[in-house]
Design a protein. Structure first.
Length: 395
């Protein structure tokens, strides 16, 4: 007997529009006692079949759609095809070359809900966020090694969101050699990546094109890079001809790796770089009180609001740092500001930044809207996939 998930009357509209999530309050009943991660047939209360989904009994997202073709079986061949299709897209985009970093699988937007796979040169890093993907973990590991020819594969499923799916956090080497630190090339720069202990899967691949864009604006400018992590924007600014770059982060280890990354690039002038450990909110106020001014301020904070529930509280933090950022700019200066919070929409983020500019008493204009690079595609039916948003503002 096929195990089924039955939707409440009228709750099928989002699913018919190809949105992949089914929330618990949209479900009227589940038949057949499916196990966590098991594939179920989704039906309307009137009995119409809508497609196949991975069942997650503990999560508010009660099921995630695999496909909307009721005649296409979700099996090993199906999932391997999905994986291969995602990897081939990056090849066509020219983002999977030797020595490069790229996101090979971007979860729901690649038809593999809850699966993240990043490639750093010859090393893969996999992150499993849903119980539906968890049950295919071993097969996915084998297919990734086969389809990419990678030398090593790490798992970085050490994220709290797994607990919402009833899963424990986990990380470690799954295949190949234990090479914790990998060097990748990006727009002529070299970055060392800690795939075992770094933030997210080791590096912020989603900012690749934005680093290049901001770096091009740095020529002759005094630059302040906040939440600098391992120096991505800092190195891009130095390569772009910045006069001076002050980089701030609360992590001593991240700053150590940033300086190592600078040393990897012999063409960059280390005397133009200053590294400062400290809480960014505190440091920004100290710089303001000292009367410091910059020509380009970069704000790339960690995730303040994973979901919309935290949006109001997160908005205060975003407004605070952007207000301080505007206060530290010279007339004619540029603010490159970002949010990677899924709970903050692009429209809300722009309003927060606009309010910060008004309170700082500056007239600011948006001269560029920034997003994640092309290896982080966004399904048209899944706007939640567009988590990274950025603005370049001129005053």
């Amino acid at each position: 007997m096929t195990k089924t998930l039955i939707l409440k009357h009228g709750r099928e509209k989002a699913l018919q529009g190809k949105h992949p999530w089914i929330y618990s309050n949209a479900v009227v009943r589940v038949n057949g006692n499916p196990q966590p991660g098991e594939t179920v047939l989704v039906r309307t209360e009137e009995g119409k079949a809508l497609g196949w989904a991975a069942y997650s009994p503990l999560s508010q997202i009660r099921a995630r759609m695999w496909n909307w073709d009721v005649d296409e079986v979700v099996d090993e061949a199906f999932l391997r095809r999905r994986l291969q299709r995602a990897i081939e897209l990056r090849v066509r985009l020219g983002l999977n070359g030797a020595g490069q970093g790229a996101r090979l699988v971007h979860a729901e937007s690649d038809g593999l809900p809850g699966l993240i796979v990043d490639r750093y040169a010859d090393v893969l890093v996999m992150q499993i966020l849903s119980v539906g993907v968890e049950v295919w973990r071993e097969q996915l590991t084998d297919w990734l090694m086969e389809l990419t020819g990678a030398h090593s594969l790490y798992e970085r499923s050490d994220v709290e969101v797994r607990r919402l799916e009833g899963l424990q956090e986990r990380k470690g080497l799954l295949r190949g050699e234990n090479v914790r630190r990998v060097v990748l090339e990006e727009h002529g720069l070299r970055y060392g990546v800690d795939v075992e202990g770094g933030q997210k899967t080791g590096f912020y691949l989603d900012q690749r094109e934005n680093r290049r864009r901001v770096g091009q604006l740095a020529a002759g400018r005094r630059v302040l890079n906040c939440f600098c992590y391992t120096g991505g924007f800092s190195l891009a600014a130095l390569a772009g001809g910045a006069e001076q770059v002050l980089s701030v982060d609360s992590s001593a280890e991240a700053l150590r790796l940033a300086q190592e990354n600078l040393a990897l690039n012999n063409g960059l002038d280390a005397s133009r770089a200053t590294w400062l450990e400290g809480d960014v909110f505190t440091v920004l106020r100290q710089l303001r009180d000292e009367g410091q001014q910059f020509d380009l301020v970069i704000l790339d904070p960690p995730k303040f609001a994973p979901t919309a529930v935290q949006a109001a509280r997160a908005a205060r933090g975003y407004k605070d740092i952007n207000w301080l950022g505007f206060r530290l700019l010279r007339p004619g200066g540029l603010l490159a500001t970002f949010s990677c919070s899924g709970g903050i929409s692009p429209e809300f983020f722009q309003k927060i930044v606009a309010d910060a500019a008004a309170d700082a008493n500056v007239a600011a204009r948006v001269v560029a809207y920034l997003h994640a690079d092309a290896d982080h595609p966004v399904a048209l039916s899944f706007p939640e996939g567009e988590y990274l948003k950025g603005l370049i503002c001129a005053i």
